[in-house]
Design a binder for this molecule. Sequence first.
Ligand SMILES: NC(=O)c1ccc[n+]([C@@H]2O[C@H](COP(=O)([O-])OP(=O)(O)OC[C@H]3O[C@@H](n4cnc5c(N)ncnc54)[C@H](O)[C@@H]3O)[C@@H](O)[C@H]2O)c1
Length: 271
Amino acid sequence: MSIHKGLLEGKRGIIFGALNEQSIAWKVAEQAHAAGASYTLTNAPIALRMGEINKLAEKCNAEVIAADATNMEDLEQLFNKSQVVLGGKIDFVLHSIGMSPNVRKGKAYDDTNYDFFHKTLDISALSLHRLLQVAKKLDAINEWGSVVALSYIAAQRVFPDYNDMAEAKSLLESICRSFGYHYGTAKKVRINSISQSPTVTTAGSGVKGFDAFINYADKMSPLGNASALDCANYCISLFSDLTKYVTMQNLFHDGGFSHTGVSKEVMDKFM
Ligand SMILES: NC(=O)c1ccc[n+]([C@@H]2O[C@H](COP(=O)([O-])OP(=O)(O)OC[C@H]3O[C@@H](n4cnc5c(N)ncnc54)[C@H](O)[C@@H]3O)[C@@H](O)[C@H]2O)c1
């Protein structure tokens, strides 16, 4: 039985970013379904062509709506259609989107391609601003609605191979704070980011040296790395009414990594 049975009963959502079974958004969709929510699933048209998402949609009884998160018309259509399909305003949104053409094409941080850099920022960060602006203008989110975006600690500390995604995550977290103020005062909509442990997914594995890095993070975290499923559970708690006054926060979900200077296991390697 689901640990959050009934927690999201009657709530309507939009979940961005489920690409395959490894995706964090995929786990969020499964857990939201178990918690009683109804929602639409969305991804970029090119990602939908892979077809995997249809398995998830069938299992969770969700409609799939294509939207490039950098395209305002697509986003408008997504919010309008979702409200029709779900029968009312939206209560929660998951932004689980990240992509850097510089990382993809192996461009080093100090040899960046600025067209790619713009794309990184637009896809991975401004897309959150875009969807919030669209939702607010359409008045598509209910009072006390909750928007969650996924971030990474490279927003605060240097992880050399994270490349321009570090800037994208800093911007993403800043948008959570700034838009959290504006949407909070206007409509009591809350906006937070979750800063998640490294996780084996398509986006995660694209980062150079990821395998070594994920082991290092695990050894540095008193609780070990947080899994995608545990991240999904945390998202459910933030969508629920149990966290109504949490907004404009960047919330670390990393087994304690962010506050650990060094661990005994890592020290032992240097003895
Ligand atoms: N995997 C990790 O180690 C890790 C750690 C911390 C945070 N995150 C963040 O979690 C989020 C989800 O990533 P994931 O690890 O589940 O990987 P993933 O590759 O499964 O998900 C990334 C998603 O972004 C979508 N996307 C890319 N361009 C898009 C566009 N233009 N419009 C709409 N969608 C688009 C992709 O289709 C994909 O579904 C990302 O923001 C990522 O940065 C991941």
